[in-house]
Write a protein that binds this ligand. Structure first.
Ligand SMILES: [Zn+2]
Length: 336
């Protein structure tokens, strides 16, 4: 039997950590690594540490360890470490692949942290941890069936099924961003064509804006991007929209249609009682979420004959993953 090294150091028996104990939560994003220290029960962080995510895949584990070391130097009550990484993380905490951390394959980050710092350490998918945070402390609290979608550069997510975050057979469940929605669509960071992420994330918003530019429209958006369609990003659409640009409004209309289609499919599949949108894109325009809820009801199968599923903004912002990592670290210290 293969013995995994990553989930080492957890307690064999269920014992509550000593009062006053703290936990480090680290969230590895595509551009930055955020670490913080909490009591593993709530959202309030005592200390924070931020570093850019290195481009060199071999430098990722040392950079995470540096963030942890800096936090340990600030707090002497840390009894566990949790890390969220963007990609396929198995039940043992090994990162197999992540489109936004290219070249990092088979990384046993929890094992490395455990052997370096001598503390229980656990690694999870970042979307899983954001979902854990929203379920325990945020907008999905009290919902046994919920979908959490995090729209950033890509799309992350987590599925609450029967009161638990769904893990799947290998630990890889909850990647709605890579559902195929358009065979003839845009390229995705994962290498496929037409993933939901390619039309419903920040990158997707830019893709849709480029479509409009190809149609000879979107002058203000193109101008905001310095005249080069390849440089268009989501914020250029927001900037044009803030100036009441009609083409930016058209981009947002097409974008929200794609977002609604994906959410409608997820509702058809999982029958949740709430959908939580995180990651900041839901704040892209006033009324975006309200308009989306109506579109979702129109698109979901039997929409008029089933209860309306509220689509709401996440309670947690950019710290959702790191807070979730600390929650998970506490669970791990108690239950292994
Ligand atoms: Zn994809």
């Amino acid at each position: 039997m293969k013995v995994w090294r990553s989930r080492v150091g957890g307690s064999d028996t269920a014992t509550a950590p000593r009062r006053g104990s703290t936990f480090i939560g680290v969230d590895v994003g595509g551009t930055k690594i955020l670490g913080l220290v909490t009591d593993g029960l709530g959202p309030t962080a005592e200390y924070r540490e931020l570093q850019p995510t290195p481009k060199d895949p071999d430098a990722l584990a040392p950079a995470i360890a540096e963030v942890v070391a800096a936090l340990l130097a600030k707090s002497d009550r840390v009894v566990g470490i949790g890390v969220g990484v963007p990609g396929l993380v198995d039940h043992a905490g090994v990162l197999h692949y992540g489109p936004n951390v290219q070249g990092v394959l088979g990384l046993d980050i929890a094992g490395e942290l455990n052997s370096r710092f001598g503390l229980p350490a656990v690694a999870e998918n970042d979307g899983y941890l954001a979902a854990l945070t929203e379920h325990r402390l945020g907008a999905a609290r009290g919902h046994d069936h919920a979908i959490i979608v995090t729209q950033g550069t890509g799309i992350g997510g987590g599925l609450i099924v029967g009161g638990q975050v769904l893990r799947g057979a290998n630990g890889f469940a909850g990647e709605p961003g890579h559902m195929l929605v358009n065979r003839f669509g845009h390229g995705c960071a994962c290498g496929n064509t037409g993933c939901w992420e390619s039309v419903a994330s920040g990158a997707g918003l830019a893709n849709i804006a480029r479509e409009l530019v190809e149609e000879g429209r979107g002058e203000a958006i193109l101008e905001a991007a310095g005249g080069d369609p390849a440089l268009i990003r989501g914020e250029h659409v927001s900037a044009a929209h803030a100036n009441n640009d009609a083409d930016a409004a058209e981009v947002l209309k097409r974008f929200s249609w794609w977002v609604a289609q994906g959410i409608g499919s997820l509702i058809a599949l999982l029958d949740p009682s709430i959908v939580v949108l995180g990651g900041g894109l839901s704040a892209i325009s006033e009324g975006f979420i309200d308009g989306l809820s109506a579109q979702v009801t129109d698109t979901v199968v039997g929409g008029r004959y089933r209860p309306v599923v509220p689509v709401v903004a996440a309670d947690f912002g950019p710290e959702a993953g790191a807070v979730g990592a600390a929650l998970r670290a506490r669970d791990f210290v108690i239950n292994g």
